[in-house]
Design a protein around this ligand. Sequence first.
Ligand code: SF4
Ligand code: SF4
Length: 130
Amino acid sequence: MAVMITDECINCDACAPECPVAAILSNGDEKNPYDDERFYVKPETCVECVGHADAPRCAEACPTEGSIVWDMPFTVDFEEYYSKGNEDGTYKIREHKKKGLMLPSVKEQKFMDEIGMDVREGHANVSDSF
Ligand code: SF4
Ligand code: SF4
């Protein structure tokens, strides 16, 4: 990842159309792993808007405090974090026909390296960083 959507989400769909890499799934999408009503960010696709904008566009569009929060970079340093999350249902990592699960060891993603690990581990509100 990336960023993560919490259960504060009110399903307004303001974020998904703003994502430059189509990383956000609605609550009705079969690839969304959450069993509540919230939207979902695909960590293997989110680039934290690096190369597209100065701040995550989804968070800028979101009207709900605490709905879009920081998560860990989608890099090999966090391979186990995402692998375990995929097993326990926190994430639903895409399965490629030939490459298998698209974990960081298969393809890392860009991330905003100015965001500290303490902020990410604390799943701080993205909007508070800008
Ligand atoms: S941070 Fe950017 S790339 Fe990631 S889900 Fe939000 S809009 Fe998409
Ligand atoms: S903009 Fe915020 S509240 Fe609306 S669907 Fe996206 S995450 Fe949920």
